[in-house]
Design a protein around this ligand. Sequence first.
Ligand SMILES: Nc1ncnc2c1ncn2[C@@H]1O[C@H](COP(=O)(O)OP(=O)(O)OP(=O)(O)O)[C@@H](O)[C@H]1O
Ligand SMILES: [Mg+2]
Length: 339
Amino acid sequence: MIVGLTYDLRPEPVSGTGHDDPPDAYAEFDAPGTVEAVAGAIRAVGHEVVPLGNFPKVLAALDTLRVDLVFNIAEGVGGRSRESQIPMLLEARGIPCVGADALSLGISLDKVVAKQVFMADGIPTPRFFVVRDAAALTASPLPFPLIVKPRHEGSSKSLSDKSLVRSLGALKAQAEWLIRTYRQPALVEQFIAGTEFTVAVIGNDPPEALPVVQVEIDGRTDLGDLFYTFSRINAPGLTYRCPAKISPAAEAELRRLAVRAYEAIECRDFGRVDFRVDGQGRPYVLEINPLPSLSTEDVFTPIAERLGVSHQAMIQRILNVAIARCHLNLKDPCPTPSR
Ligand SMILES: Nc1ncnc2c1ncn2[C@@H]1O[C@H](COP(=O)(O)OP(=O)(O)OP(=O)(O)O)[C@@H](O)[C@H]1O
Ligand SMILES: [Mg+2]
């Protein structure tokens, strides 16, 4: 099989963004090592890999693409549909693609839309409101403490200790800065003090939740008010623990909710659901990532260790569920997920 690989490399200059971008503007993009890890995993099971690169390159080559399947890890550039750009092109050309389709990617990148889907499906998520004009805010609709996040970013972009606000003045100042710097509305959520987990899901009909990973910051799993800021992402104080320090019942509940969130958004092949759990043990879905990082530095490595397999084997499992879903050996068109 010939497998195309689409990706956005971190150092690659990209058009469409201004010169005054914040320092975390390209935080979602992949390091060359991640692209190599994915390519190596595909080659190791005997497929040919064709590196296709980012959206402008795929667009330019679209009419001459000769691939059976595309493994897409490109994050895209632009607004809240940026992750959908490549899957949409491939769908329009009938080329099967590993991972979620354009609609699921668009829904989940806009955290407000994703939360509305979760709420409609009875999946717990922190209460929230949206701020478009910070100056017009005269009172907070929710009690403090609150966290101020961008509506459609990932990789903890914009998050710093200032994101946790305890007064109307601090909320207005942080929301004003975020709206101006990231050119999008602010999502303001009830801050969940407690513990934090992330659950990867692989597969279709049925999807399977993998062992729960716990976030440890500065040696603490009982995080209280600590949270995952942009400056902590690659800092030594952040550790992913697998197995998580929780009861079997709590582990089962997080895995059950992860699959429900995955099915609510109609993800395919793989994804990752982030949770906070409050002091009373109540879990809240923060977000779903239908295109989670496959970096060897990220959560798939401790999960692989827990399962006694290699990181490469995890990528091959994702590839194999996509091949099975698309019935590629039968040369059928790639179906949408059955519900
Ligand atoms: N409502 C909340 N209560 C407590 N902490 C929160 C809340 N929302 C976000 N956080 C903290 O901020 C981090 C990033 O938030 P979130 O997962 O929503 O955004 P992201 O930038 O898309 O994440 P990622 O880095 O996984 O791409 C969380 O991992 C968590 O530590
Ligand atoms: Mg997250």
